[in-house]
Design a protein around this ligand. Structure first.
Ligand code: OGA
Ligand code: ZN
Length: 376
């Protein structure tokens, strides 16, 4: 947007924009973000903030081409791009191609409507990669299909996004019925809805479960949007919602080689009060240790959330077929499976994770090159 007026105050520049809105830029901010303070190649800040006066004094401002030229009383002159001022108005978040608003779903999401994308275009074409990643971020889940029948095929799709998240289960993991399992996933029992590894300081972000075989009786998948369950709880029982946000509980995984624990709440909010993470795993929840005075209320709240994980109103069910891979935000969407009978056929999923940070970075790079508006 163009600038129609500039007012210089000693400690502030007041900008009037073409739509008549105004923005105040404190002079300390203007000096801190003077482009001359950045390294010319890396664009990292070299300027030492403490070398500036606490309140730099502005003496004049004028528009020259695409810049606002600012002169200070210590002789410094800044060329501030109008576009920079426009994009970084104080009090307003800068645009971010990776900031995709979640679209919540309940049982309206079905096996027939869950987003589906074919593997080959994702591998070959940035436009297809962008469209798939955008939808997966929005709904927190999508299926990639027509994968080749080899364990590397799903991993290759995940690596189109970024590097894999290594955990105590390895960089990739085989979900098969194993002798001497260290995890219920490696048995044939049912897994109720859960998030993976809530016992980690930062639980893995996006999870990839590539189905190579699902021939046994049973073994269907279930999913639920944890953000939708949390938002409904916020409205139905605000006190339960508050306790799940505020009271940390222990999560623990331990076997021969690891003992990984955290204390974290079930629901995490950002500073704006929006739900950004769910940790829920009945098998990995440790021994509750909140004060006994709040324990009955906490159990009531925890059971209210748990009851939602059993409620069909929130449930997406499907049975993965060989060549399909389900991809979901493990910090939002809960997943589970029905038990299966290993004597009736082979079931084999190959899994890996890519963290949210890598995912967001890839989306920003794609937006730079492909243009996110093509999918928004
Ligand atoms: C897991 C898991 C689901 C399945 O491995 O964490 O939840 O369908 N597996 O086996
Ligand atoms: Zn799991």
């Amino acid at each position: 947007m163009t600038i129609t007026n500039l007012v210089v105050r000693a400690d502030t520049l007041v900008v009037t924009w073409a739509d008549d809105s105004t923005t105040s830029f404190p002079t300390i901010w203007l000096r801190d973000n003077c482009p001359a303070g950045l390294h010319p190649q890396t664009h990292e800040r070299l300027l030492d903030l403490l070398a500036l006066p606490a309140l730099p004094v502005l003496i004049s401002a004028q528009i020259e081409g695409g810049n606002v030229v600012l002169s200070y009383n210590d002789g410094h002159v800044s060329q501030m791009p109008v576009a920079l001022l426009d994009a970084h108005r104080p009090g307003q978040r800068a645009q971010d191609a990776a900031a995709i608003a979640p679209q919540l779903w309940r049982a309206d999401m079905t096996a027939a409507t869950v987003p589906r994308h074919a593997a080959a275009p994702i591998m070959l074409d940035d436009q297809a990669l962008t469209a798939w990643m955008y939808e997966t971020a929005k709904f927190g889940i999508a299926i990639v299909d027509h994968l080749e029948d080899q364990t590397s095929a799903g991993v290759d799709v995940a690596k189109r996004i970024g590097f894999l998240r290594e955990t105590n289960f390895g960089t990739t993991f085989e979900v098969i019925n194993k002798p001497d399992p260290n995890n219920l996933a490696y048995t044939s029992v049912a897994l109720p809805l859960h998030t993976d590894l809530p016992n980690q300081e930062v639980p893995p972000g996006y999870q990839f479960l590539h189905c190579l075989a699902n021939e046994a009786t049973g073994g269907g998948s279930l999913f639920a949007d944890g953000f939708a369950m949390a938002e409904d709880l916020r409205i139905e029982t605000p006190e339960a919602f508050r306790l799940l946000c505020e009271v940390p509980i222990p999560f623990r995984f331990h076997d021969r080689d690891a003992d990984i624990r955290v204390h974290e709440p079930v629901i995490t909010l950002n500073n704006a009060g929006e739900v950004i993470e769910i940790r829920f795993n009945a098998h990995l929840a440790g021994i509750f240790d909140m004060p006994s005075a709040i324990m009955p209320d906490y159990y009531r709240a925890y059971r209210a959330f748990m009851a939602k994980t059993r409620d069909r109103k929130y449930r997406l069910t499907l049975k993965l077929k060989g060549g399909e891979m389900v991809v979901f935000d493990n910090r939002r969407v809960l997943h589970g499976r029905d038990s299966f009978d290993p004597s009736t056929g082979f079931r084999h999923l190959h899994g890996c994770y890519v963290d949210r940070g890598e995912y967001a970075s890839r989306l920003r790079l794609l937006a730079r090159n492909v243009g996110i508006e093509t999918v928004a």
